[in-house]
Ligand binder design. Structure first.
Ligand SMILES: Cc1cc2nc3c(=O)[nH]c(=O)nc-3n(C[C@H](O)[C@H](O)[C@H](O)COP(=O)(O)OP(=O)(O)OC[C@H]3O[C@@H](n4cnc5c(N)ncnc54)[C@H](O)[C@@H]3O)c2cc1C
Length: 316
């Protein structure tokens, strides 16, 4: 038998964005439902150390998300550890189909975040919260005076590299596979900053990652022209081969651009409304630029202000 759950407001996702919206909504004495998905607390679970959240000097990512969820529990919010795999937004109430329950609601907040692209290389995921990173601003600080390897070739690669260049003085090794996939200005800037700290390798495949239980020690790379294999010892590996927003289940129902949910970003009090009124999107799922915990949290707060206006009109 299908088990149904109802609330006037349902939040999909329990990262900084979904949790922030939930806190604001609960503090207005409303009773939303929050659905955690498979990563309770969101992507920050994957970071070893969170160092850029004001007021907290340094905290393990999983400790931070534990606190986040505990804070929610203080509000007696209804939390379901469920993953939504289909939706029907054609009519109100909107329907969400989860692995455990069916949900229906008048207002939906989508905060399903994003995930980073990975190589098809064994053991890569094992080191993601250790010494593999997808975010220079988040983790660059931990590699001062260390030897790192940066892989990419597109826009996010260049943006992250420009951040790292001032931080890591020892030796930056840049490996590129395939071709530059970025705009000319970024490529021009890149050639203006390279110096002896950069060791550049082109046309490279990453073929193996080797380390112990805690850290990668070295990587194996292969040149796809001369098939030469090299082993390179490193302290950290930064991979920038793009990120994908978790918007797939909404395709065909909401407007999506380059896999990010489209919102009315430039309209006052509507900034986080999607292509359907009463459905909001906040955090990384709609953010193709910043993708930080604090920006996700702040967009969760903006969503509350956008939503409450519509909510009051609808119910009063
Ligand atoms: C390794 C790593 C380290 C990072 N380090 C930092 C850092 O140091 N500082 C910083 O500011 N930022 C850091 N970030 C970025 C930061 O984690 C994100 O910007 C932030 O978590 C985005 O928050 P969000 O709420 O939008 O989404 P997320 O945190 O991605 O949360 C998404 C939520 O949606 C849920 N979900 C997804 N799909 C479904 C579904 N179909 N049904 C139900 N639920 C679903 C997930 O389970 C999760 O709970 C890091 C990211 C990574 C990957």
């Amino acid at each position: 038998m299908i088990k149904l759950k109802y609330s006037r407001i349902i939040i999909i996702g329990s990262g900084p964005s979904g949790c922030t919206s939930s806190i604001y909504i609960c503090r207005s004495n409303l009773k939303p439902i929050i659905l955690t998905g498979k990563t309770i607390g969101g992507q920050l679970n994957n970071t070893y150390s969170l160092d850029n959240w004001p007021s907290i000097i340094n905290i393990k990512g999983s400790d931070f998300t534990f606190k986040l969820i505990n804070q929610l529990k203080n509000f007696n919010i209804e939390i379901y550890f469920d993953f939504i795999y289909n939706v029907n937004f054609l009519n109100k109430p909107f329907i969400l189909i989860g692995e455990k329950f069916f949900y229906y609601s008048i207002f939906i907040i989508i905060s399903t975040g994003c995930h980073y692209n990975v190589f098809n290389v064994k053991f890569q995921l094992k080191y993601v919260n250790k010494n593999i990173s997808n975010c220079a601003i988040c983790d660059g600080n931990f590699y001062k005076n260390k030897k790192i390897c940066i892989i990419g070739g597109g826009e996010s690669f260049f943006e992250n590299l420009f951040y790292l260049k001032n931080l890591i003085s020892f030796k930056i090794l840049f490996i590129r596979n395939k071709f530059f996939k970025s705009n000319f200005n970024l490529i021009k800037k890149f050639f203006s900053i390279i110096n002896s700290h950069f060791f550049i390798k082109l046309n490279i495949f990453l073929i193996e990652i080797l380390g112990d239980d805690f850290n990668i020690f070295y990587i194996k790379i292969k040149n796809f022209f001369n098939l030469k294999i090299n082993i390179i010892y490193i302290d950290g590996l930064f991979i920038f081969i793009g990120s994908v927003s978790n918007s797939k289940i909404f395709s065909g129902q909401l407007k999506i651009k380059k896999n990010f949910l489209l919102t009315k970003k430039y309209q006052l009090y509507k900034k986080t409304i999607t292509s359907i009124n009463y459905i909001f999107a906040s955090g990384d799922v709609q953010d193709y630029i910043y993708k930080q915990a604090i920006t996700s949290s702040s967009s969760g707060c903006v969503t509350y202000f956008n939503l409450i206006k519509y909510y009051n009109k609808f119910y009063n």
